[in-house]
Ligand binder design. Structure first.
Ligand code: ZN
Length: 508
């Protein structure tokens, strides 16, 4: 049973998908006017985990995310840089994908752009005009009339009068109500424009998501996501337009999920806060952060906080996350080492008696611990996608693996007693967790300490070779060579003793 916190009801609800075994998601994408900063990345990493979790849980997921490629900020950047709006958008869409790839964010099923959805946007505005929810001004501007919509404000829980008090409302005498918002803007000189029934112009911001979700997901879909700063007015307006156009107040998204914001420890990360951008110079955009730290570490840090909570992001926290990632990676390599030994035939493959001699703790065997932690992991994800808690279960398994591996390396567990099937099952469990969290998809760093733990084994193998060479020399009555080997080993701190069972060695 999956529970999700629905912003609409302000409570956790049991998730029931519209279509059995299928999940449809729309998440508001970026306005590609410059490179994404770490705050922009959070919703996409969040939704990537949710998609992975649903997919792993057996759902077919359809995920749509838009690009607002027609926008004031893009037009402004184009004019400043002396290029076209398309150049600005395309360049920053490439930068967006580069950053998301580094964070292991899988691609959406489709990325609609405003410039490519114009017909659908115009149709929806026309429907709103026809139904009396929108009005056209003499200059060709089209506004949505909030007073015609009795349920306006239901997502943010605000009444029109409260919005007026709280918002900085621009006085525009031409509007019927100060909270009315633009669906279509008549073209100004030097701006890109499209032909419409109301003349040349371009869409307002909110209408695109209503038109795109309708086009790619239909009248009803399961999830709508985005940052909590989008609840009002953006998502409020999306609901108003869509449900008014469709004439159905149950249409549009069924569950509204909003992620919390990211701070630098002091304030919310935002491009418009010049002071903040200056303070975090060189460590602000995703690209800048990725130049110093691996994408998987950044991803892990973003997921170590529940998506709804505020998240503090600064270099100290990144370093902590890197250390934590190193601990998870260590278990990855320990399992890798054991798996390689299985393939090399060092353990028994099937004793017919599972868990034979395998104990990691009095609580039970490693595989039982793995199964228990995997079930805890899923329970955490079932509870409003609590990645923060899920990761702690993965870490607990990493510790169990480390303990087991330590006992193995110290000779407390004899290779002959190890059932390879159990090791492989534990590795599958560990990698299943990793796949949902979305790590270990890039080369996993090997820790220096890892070589140290493997050392006794290496010494064992080398000593076996050296002593067998010495035995060959003795058999050939080559006493000089045999003694030379013994003396030089002694100088290196290793004592060789000849016993009736053959030569044995120990550290001096
Ligand atoms: Zn949107």
């Amino acid at each position: 049973m999956i529970k999700v916190y629905n912003t609409m009801s302000r409570s956790k609800e049991i998730f029931k998908s519209l279509k059995k075994g299928e999940v449809s998601i729309y998440c508001c994408g970026v306005t590609p006017y410059n490179a994404p900063h770490i705050g922009n990345a959070r919703p996409f990493v969040t939704w990537d985990v949710i998609r992975r979790f649903f997919t792993k849980s057996g759902y077919k997921v359809r995920y749509i995310q838009n690009f607002t490629d027609v926008d004031d900020k893009i037009i402004k950047a184009a004019n400043e840089q002396g290029v076209t709006w398309k150049d600005i958008a395309e360049k920053n869409i490439v930068a967006y994908f580069k950053s998301m790839d580094a964070l292991n964010v899988r691609r959406a099923d489709f990325y609609p752009k405003v410039s490519e959805t114009m017909g659908d946007i115009i149709n929806m505005i026309q429907t709103l005009v026809d139904k009396g929810f929108a009005y056209v001004l003499d200059n060709g501007d089209v506004f949505y009339s909030v007073e015609q919509d009795k349920s306006y404000g239901k997502l943010s829980g605000r009444k029109l009068s409260d919005m007026m008090a709280g918002a900085r409302v621009e006085v525009d005498e031409r509007k019927h109500h100060p909270m009315d918002f633009a669906l279509w803007k008549a073209a100004k000189p030097g701006e890109p424009y499209w032909e419409s029934p109301w003349g040349q112009g371009r869409p307002g911001w909110h209408i695109e998501c209503s038109a795109m979700s309708l086009k790619f997901l239909g009248e009803k879909f399961d999830f709508h996501g985005g940052g909590s700063d989008l609840i009002f007015p953006h998502h409020e307006n999306e609901i108003a337009q869509s449900q008014a156009a469709l004439g159905d107040e149950n249409s549009f998204a069924q569950y509204w999920l909003h992620n919390g914001f990211i701070t630098d420890g002091n304030e919310k990360i935002s491009k418009s806060n010049k002071e903040m951008v200056k303070r975090n110079k060189g460590f602000f955009t995703v690209e800048e952060v990725l130049a110093k730290y691996p994408g998987e570490v950044i991803r892990l840090l973003l997921l170590q906080t529940h998506y709804r909570n505020p998240l503090e992001f600064n270099e100290t926290r990144v370093i902590e996350a890197q250390e934590f990632f190193g601990k998870l990676a260590k278990a990855y390599w320990q399992l890798d080492d054991l798996a390689r030994k299985i393939h090399a035939g060092e353990f028994i493959k099937d004793t017919g008696e599972k868990n034979f001699a395998i104990t990691v703790s009095p609580a039970g065997g490693l595989v039982e611990e793995g199964e228990r932690l995997l079930s805890n992991f899923y329970a955490a994800m079932d509870d409003d996608f609590n990645t923060a808690l899920a990761i702690t279960h993965m870490f607990e398994l990493a510790k169990e693996i480390g303990e087991y591996y330590g006992e193995f390396v110290n000779g407390e567990i004899l290779p002959v007693t190890i059932d390879g099937d159990i090791i492989l099952r534990v590795r599958d469990i560990y990698m299943e967790m990793a796949e949902i969290i979305g790590i270990f998809e890039q080369p996993v760093p090997v820790e220096k300490t890892e070589e140290k733990t493997a050392e006794p084994e290496l010494v064992n193998s080398l000593m076996k070779i050296i002593l067998s060479l010495r035995q060959d020399a003795r058999a050939a009555k080559n006493w000089a060579t045999a003694d030379k080997i013994r003396d030089e080993l002694k100088a290196a701190g290793i004592v060789v003793e000849d016993t009736p069972q053959g030569a044995v060695w120990k550290k001096a």
